[in-house]
Write a protein that binds this ligand. Structure first.
Ligand SMILES: NC(=O)c1ccc[n+]([C@@H]2O[C@H](COP(=O)([O-])OP(=O)(O)OC[C@H]3O[C@@H](n4cnc5c(N)ncnc54)[C@H](OP(=O)(O)O)[C@@H]3O)[C@@H](O)[C@H]2O)c1
Length: 262
């Protein structure tokens, strides 16, 4: 509920903020019907971007995000697709380009968790997490490399776990390390076209994905210099900065967003 109230901050300024830094830009945000992706979609729209809201199964949640954006004077479409399926990712880009004419911003936000010691991880889970987190990101980066306008922006959502090694998160973190490296490699390939590619590394954020471990939030907050766990908007605000011209000289970087938690 808190996340919804926070996001209203973006809705309320959609029509009123005269300094819309993303006016005329169009964005595709994967997995943006809920959680961190939803906040990113709302924030980019608040900054003037037209946004393609990708979701997997829950059409209603995606339509809610689109409805919130359009009701506030912005432009958005919902696009269904499983990021782990190459044909779906290609269709996402096709639909976004068909709706907006071209694309300037890709946020690779879709990502599945996989919790368990390496000795016990089920290989079916391994396959699914690699499909969505690694291959899905790759498919989207490949499309973006081919289709994004010059001067475009790519932001990958990784995890703060890649800065250390947290027991039980080895598989998840390994997929995110691959995401970060794909971003770094692509930043070299696309620099000549002024396209930047960066990764944001969130710490623990209050979303549906972390709802099962809410009982651990107080302990994480106690270890965090800024004294709380993250909200989706803490991440969305950084993504929005990276999407603007203000961040034109930042590429190939990993930006931790974890309230100071190492
Ligand atoms: N939450 C955290 O503490 C945290 C910390 C670090 C990094 N991250 C990363 O941040 C990203 C977002 O996390 P979150 O916590 O916001 O996740 P979340 O709440 O689980 O995200 C839900 C969203 O993902 C969509 N989705 C799920 N599977 C999909 C697929 N195969 N293809 C396309 N969309 C799919 C859902 O669509 P439907 O509802 O339609 O299925 C929904 O829009 C992930 O990459 C995650 O690894 C999260």
């Amino acid at each position: 509920m808190l996340a919804l109230i926070y996001s209203d901050r973006y809705i309320n300024r959609m029509n009123t903020d005269p300094t819309k830094k993303l006016s005329g830009k169009s964005a595709l945000v994967t997995a943006s019907s809920r959680g961190i992706g939803r906040a990113i979609a709302l924030r980019l729209a608040a900054d003037g971007a037209r946004v393609a809201v990708n979701y997997h199964r829950d059409d209603r949640a995606a339509q809610d995000v689109v409805g919130a954006i359009t009701a506030a004077g912005g432009q958005a479409i919902a696009v269904q697709g499983d990021v782990g399926v190459q044909a779906d990712v290609e269709r996402l880009f096709k639909e976004a380009v068909a709706a907006f004419g071209s694309l300037d911003i890709l946020v690779n936000n879709a990502g599945l968790g996989a919790h368990g010691p390496i000795a016990e991880i089920d290989t079916a889970l391994l396959d699914r997490v690699v499909d969505v987190n690694v291959k899905g990101t790759f498919y989207a980066l490949q499309q973006a490399a081919r289709l994004l306008n010059d001067g475009g922006r790519i932001v990958n959502i990784s995890t703060g776990y890649t800065r250390s090694a947290f027991p039980g998160f080895g598989v998840y973190t390994a997929t995110k390390a691959a995401v970060e490296h794909l971003g770094l490699a692509l930043s070299k390939e696309l620099g000549a076209r002024r396209i930047t590619v960066n990764s944001v590394l969130p710490g623990l954020v209050d979303t549906d994905q972390t709802a099962p471990i809410r009982d651990q939030f107080a302990a994480v907050a106690a270890m965090t210099p800024l004294g709380r766990v993250g909200e989706p908007e803490d991440i969305a605000d950084i993504v929005a900065f990276l999407a603007t011209d203000d961040a034109r000289w930042v590429t190939g970087q990993r930006i931790a967003a974890a309230g100071g938690l190492a």
